[in-house]
Design a protein around this ligand. Structure first.
Ligand SMILES: [Zn+2]
Length: 447
């Protein structure tokens, strides 16, 4: 069982369920009051909601949820950079960040000093759960710019008392050289980039398995909760791989722990997390639903019941081997709602393909899926490009057939599998973009 040494905030992380419920409702009421009193957006949106009347978890579903498109619109109404979303004086804002804008124009995010304390505390909870301690050296092999996550993680590593090595403005080769030179014990990055650096290290003759790196903290993509991806990364780096989930608007809400179960704890002291079905009611543990998050200590730009669009499944287990009382989502983020594609009437999840490709040791980890119109029939076609690893001939038909069979078994779709020479596919350095939906004719059937 866990003990206080494994937790950043043991009192909160082991709090009883009953107390949590009361604590969260109190914080939610305060947050609604704050948002209504101080932002033009929530003053109007929650005009019918009386915070004092929200006294049970069942009543939470009577509060309307907030979508990204509403935020976009509200930000361009009213004055200043943050429009109708700003709750504080502009003088109190200490940092500007923005969302990545993958699904539309980015949303600007303001944070005050106390918001930054909250970000730091949330990330310290993540890092501590992953084993980061004051004697660690933490390397961030990224140029961190307008996106918030790595800045918050950087702050939290310093808060813990660890030594931080910022890795911006370097090539991948220079970064693996830094790992060899400076002996960091922790590296934080996206799973895609962890594969990329491992590839570069091999080309440069740098032995990552023999390095001091003992902990890899993955963020930005769900890969580290995919069994085959986690196992492949642990093998390449000779390190423990941990997962984390968060978003600019919601904050760093989830983190994996030392338990053997794949998935994420929800930081329930800082977030009210709901998992809802199509009827907007909470789904039972074990069922997949969409995530709605309320950050409970966010002030300059508060959010109430923010629709995160991620699909998750709350665990049916009670408690966790690590000793935390926080609820657990099995398998982490299962995918974004808009990532799922309907192909010939079958729902295809990018993560299923990732899991299968990363489970094959004859191919490299990079891959690219294309969904297209069939040239003659009223059908979709789906193909995947993979690369044979250096020890296998890319003309080897066995690799192609085995992969095709495995993909059919798990997705019920007939993939065209193209096995290419290693190094043929484009490598994205930050986040992968491995799915292209190029259909024209059947666009109306898309998810
Ligand atoms: Zn746990």
């Amino acid at each position: 069982m866990g003990n206080s040494n494994t937790m950043w905030n043991p009192a909160l992380e082991t709090m009883s369920r009953e107390y949590f419920r009361e604590y969260q409702l109190n914080r939610l009421q305060a947050q609604i009051r704050h948002a209504k009193d101080n932002t033009a957006f929530y003053k109007e949106k929650l005009s019918d909601i009386q915070p004092d009347k929200i006294t049970t978890m069942e009543m939470v579903t009577t509060i309307p949820t907030t979508t990204k498109s509403e935020l976009r619109e509200a930000q361009h109404m009213g004055d200043g950079l943050y429009g109708n979303l700003l709750a504080d004086d502009t003088e109190s804002i200490i940092s500007y960040h923005q969302t990545s804008g993958t699904t539309g124009p980015p949303i600007r995010q303001s944070d005050s000093l106390r918001d930054w304390e909250w970000w730091t505390d949330c990330w310290a909870t993540v890092l501590w759960a992953h084993g980061v301690r004051p004697d660690d050296r933490v390397f961030f092999p990224f140029s961190y710019g307008v996106f918030v996550a790595f800045w918050a993680a950087h702050s939290a590593a310093k808060r813990i008392g660890a030594q931080v090595i910022p890795g911006g403005g370097m090539s991948s080769v220079q970064r693996v050289e830094k790992i060899a030179d400076l002996d960091p014990t922790v590296v934080a990055m996206t799973p895609t980039y962890a594969f990329r650096l491992a590839e570069v290290a091999e080309q440069e003759g740098i032995d990552l398995r023999g390095s001091e790196v003992a902990i890899i903290i993955c963020a930005g993509e769900p890969g580290a909760s995919v069994a085959s991806t986690k196992a492949a990364l642990e093998d390449l780096w000779g390190a423990e791989v941990y997962d984390h989930a968060g978003a600019t608007e919601a904050g760093a809400w989830g983190f994996s722990c030392s338990s053997d179960d794949l998935g994420l704890h929800v930081n329930e002291a800082r977030f009210l997390v709901e998992v809802l079905g199509p009827d907007d009611e909470p789904v039972s543990p074990g069922d997949v639903g969409r995530l709605v998050v309320t950050p409970l200590n966010r002030y300059a730009q508060p959010y109430v019941r923010f629709e995160l669009n991620d699909r998750v499944r709350l665990s049916e287990k009670n408690g966790c081997d690590c000793g935390r009382a926080y609820r657990f989502v099995d398998g982490g983020v299962l995918g974004r709602r808009d990532e799922f594609k309907t192909v010939n009437g079958t729902l295809l999840s990018p993560r299923t393909v990732e899991d299968i490709v990363h489970g094959f040791d004859t191919v490299l980890n990079e891959f690219h899926v294309r969904i297209e119109d069939h040239p003659k029939k009223d059908l979709d076609t789906v193909s995947v490009d993979v690369e044979a690893d250096q020890n296998h001939d890319y003309n080897n038909q066995r690799i192609r057939k085995q992969l095709r069979k495995e993909l059919r078994r798990h997705t019920h779709l007939n993939f065209t599998v193209n096995v290419l020479q290693s190094g043929t596919l484009d490598r994205n350095t930050l986040k992968s973009n491995r799915f292209s939906d190029l259909r024209q004719r059947r666009a109306q059937y898309r998810q």
